[in-house]
Design a protein around this ligand. Structure first.
Ligand code: NAD
Length: 251
């Protein structure tokens, strides 16, 4: 099928559906200048992820994690929502899409104007930090003042606990409330659109499968093939901004 025919098919599915869930991965943000993990130039082509237990157990690992965070934040803090984010925001505004489940931690769905209650961040949020013991919130700008001076690690001023970005690392428990909200959305949609995710990180990658099992149509938009292409009703191997922009008439 030609890409223009696929976009027409996507438009028809959007018209025919009224309980849409969008599921996004790092791919939706690459056009905003934030690298993904698994592409050839992705972050993991350069370094292995730091597991949660290693972060907790080792001061040196915590230093390395904050060093990496300072570097990646140079991209994240300047990033603006792109055409793909804007198209998703338009779909939410239309009332057809009741939930955006995202694996992203960059906050760009919020910046694109989607109300926070319609977004489920299953891997947390990287624009602030939290105490692992008492959950007190800390701002990154304060942490960076001390860290950039002499690599001082942040410690909670209320309970002395370890402070970590409010993201979910490998080996860290998934956030319960967010998982429940995402499960509900996946089980109650009539169309799920999985955008820019390699669909290999579980449990997150299970949501398109739940949706499909519950009778929803599944659309996958990714420039590469994914492991779930064979269960999808429509697969668009194309660039996200252009594809969603055309399907939803967004510049
Ligand atoms: P991933 O890196 O595993 O996969 C991204 C996918 O998007 C790839 O299959 C790639 O081919 C595709 N892609 C990239 N740019 C595209 C484009 N412009 N058009 C079409 N396809 C494109 O990412 P994932 O599945 O989200 O999982 C990795 C984990 O990485 C997640 O847990 C997420 O929390 C984290 N992460 C988040 C960010 C972010 O917040 N922006 C960035 C990197 C990683």
């Amino acid at each position: 099928m030609m890409i223009s025919e696929q976009i027409t098919k996507l438009r028809n599915l959007l018209v025919a559906s009224d309980r849409i869930v969008v599921f996004t991965g790092a791919g939706i943000s690459t056009e905003s200048g934030i690298p993904d993990f698994r592409s050839p130039n992705g972050i993991w082509s350069k370094m292995a992820p730091i597991e949660f237990q290693d972060f907790v157990n080792s001061e040196e690992m915590r230093r390395e994690a904050w060093r990496r965070k300072v570097v990646i934040d140079k991209d994240i803090q300047q990033a603006q929502p792109n055409r793909g984010h804007r198209a998703v925001a338009k779909l939410v505004e239309s009332g057809k899409c009741f939930c955006v489940i995202t694996q992203n931690i960059d906050g760009l769905h919020q910046s694109s104007g989607i109300p926070p209650e319609k977004i489920v961040e299953i891997h947390g949020n990287g624009t602030y930090a939290k105490c692992l013991s008492c959950a007190k919130r800390f701002e990154l700008s304060d942490i960076y003042v001390a860290f950039n001076r002499d690599e001082t690690l942040p410690i909670c001023d209320s309970c002395g606990g370890i402070v970590k970005t409010a993201t979910i690392s490998f080996g860290q428990a998934m956030p319960e409330e967010e998982m429940q909200r995402a499960e509900y959305a996946a089980n109650n949609c009539d169309l799920m659109i999985a955008i820019g995710s390699s669909l290999v990180v579980y449990p997150a990658a299970g949501f398109p499968i739940y949706a499909k099992r519950n009778g929803a149509n599944l659309v996958i938009i990714n420039r590469e093939q994914t492991e779930q292409d064979q269960i999808a009703d429509l697969v668009l191997n194309s660039e996200i901004g252009e594809t969603l922009g055309e399907a939803l008439d967004v510049d």
